[in-house]
Design a protein around this ligand. Sequence first.
Ligand code: ADP
Ligand code: MG
Length: 685
Amino acid sequence: MELNSPIFSLNNVGPAIAKKLKKINLNTIGDLLYHIPFRHEDFRGGMPIKDLQDGLTMSVAAKVELIGSRRSFKTRKMITEALVSDNSGSLRIVWFNQPYVAKIIEIGSDWQFSGTVKSDMLGPQLVNPTFEKKSAQVVNAAKFIPVYSVTAGLSQKLLRFLVEQALEQVKKIPDWLSEDILEENDLLPLSAALNAVHFPADKHDLENGFKRLKFDELFLIQLRAEIARRGRLTQKASVLDFKEKEIKDFVDKLPFALTKPQKLSAWEILKDLSKQSPMNRLLSGDVGSGKTVVAAMALYNTALNGLQSVLLAPTEILAKQHFDNITRLLSHLDVPICLYTRTQFAKNNLEENIESKKLKKEIVENLKEGKIALAIGTHALLSDKIEFKKLGLAIVDEQHRFGVEQRNDIKQKGKGVHFLSLTATPIPRSLALTLYGDLDLSVIDELPLGRKSIMTRLVEVYNRQKAYDFIRAQIKQGRQAFVVCPLIENDSNDKKSVLAEYEKLSKKIFPDFKVDFLHGRLKSKDKEAAMNKFKNKQTDILVSTSVVEVGIDIPNASVMMIEGAERFGLAQLHQFRGRVGRSIHQSYCFLFTDSTSEKTLGRLKFFEGNLSGFKLAQKDLEDRGPGEVYGTAQSGVAGLQLAKLTDYTIVKMAREAAIKAADNLDKLPLLKQKIKSFEKQVHLE
Ligand code: ADP
Ligand code: MG
């Protein structure tokens, strides 16, 4: 018998039951063992009948005095009634529609009954209790009874019975963790751990069982990542010389001095590029920390080596902005750059205006011929049409917006492509390793000098006018403001929408200012026009949906006003806030909400008091889980059922153990086998 033996190899599982088990995805012995009870009922020690109280879930050990079944006159249900007693008193029991009970339980025998007490006029009564023959073992054992999720026709009792059988079998299955790993991490052997999560002796035992199973999950994920990392190191990549002189020249010509972590990250990246194996690195830095210029250095260095690179952005607006910024940064250098999105095409060294369709065709050809060194764009660049002559480096901005598939697609555009992801969602190192696996990490944990911290206020409803007055004063001083709303149009819940706020602000509140709006349903040329007008200060106030969430860089904007703030996660609010405070101007973030929920207000207050994206992400992670924080692509981290990414201690333990195990894998055949089947399982998910 093995974990993947079919479930019908257990006693009492015929086709009918197997079918029902299949309904809740229980097909193998392993499925059953990993069908973890969602809680345990505490039935430790029987209670004297005289002490039973209404509503208590308890068990009693008692002798059966009377038992019999009858059909209810009114409801036609079978009713089985019993009278049982111990030396403190007697108790009525009733079962509905379980006539077999009367056949099993004999008058005069001793049983343990477990269930919830319901009192009526005649005193206490147990309804539909579970029952077990009172043997010495049952009475002596302090017991937690597992409660499983089941489906119609499957009883808790049957499931417990099957799990007990499976647990008996699992004793024969060798543990894939070696004695050493168990000992070093103070873990239960597999069969003991499974026993403990189903039938724990006590709370401590239960915790230990869970610890082992969580460790398994986190360990396998990290071991797989570590193996992938070592595999990557044996792959061949294009070796890109670190062109120190040119890079230094580039840095000297920047209008600002790089921060220390910017320099360090750039150095780590450029060093990776010069290696023989492909880079796979995540550059994490808070909003406004200046990741773009670091990326530009890597892109430039690749061009200097005569290879092509690609920079992928999640939205057209962002792609266009990157194109503008990077062409500006590299304007004094001879690097042919193109913009390629679904609807926008451009080249930096274009002499005359070319019609868009023609330009698109030309770009596709140029990329293939290697005449363009750097392609900046969106998903459109992933299309099969796009081929590169020799792609050396791929960079993905705001990487959580891309799925694993897309990230792989871009790597497929060349051989041994170096890969860099950028993210503004700060992530603890150990989490990055668990979430993104085979990855090295660079962190920009310092904002450029002279940035003033953004003053953040959760504004009371009655202070709305004051906030408007404040915005007015800011605009009079030459600044600009964003207003972010959760929706484009009002829905029935009457939430704040872009169109309604635009009406109100442009007509009633700020008729003397230039107000414009932006949302995802606009045509891309209208979106671009709105962005350009705002960038060129032709617009004072831009009302927008979350499309301004990522990356948008308008240094002159100093106010971010967020309507319906309760609708956004903390990390997302932080992204909005990061749209301002990008220059020397003191900046402000105002939050509005109609919510009166204490929890929501608490969350927004936390945001008000915390400027660190790292702390906010951590809180989001704890409150809302990784899917919300790191994007839908990671909503269910493959391979994690019991463990959470916030189980920091176990994450760390598992990490260290995984590195050690990767060193010794040849001496751990069972583990090797396990990781292979895990690979398959994750792949299927
Ligand atoms: P993010 O990391 O959020 O992508 P950006 O790369 O858009 O940030 O940079 C934000 C702004 O800061 C840009 O206007 C950029 O030119 C500027 N910037 C970047 N690095 C520095 C620096 N070392 N000193 C001053 N300004 C900088
Ligand atoms: Mg950015």
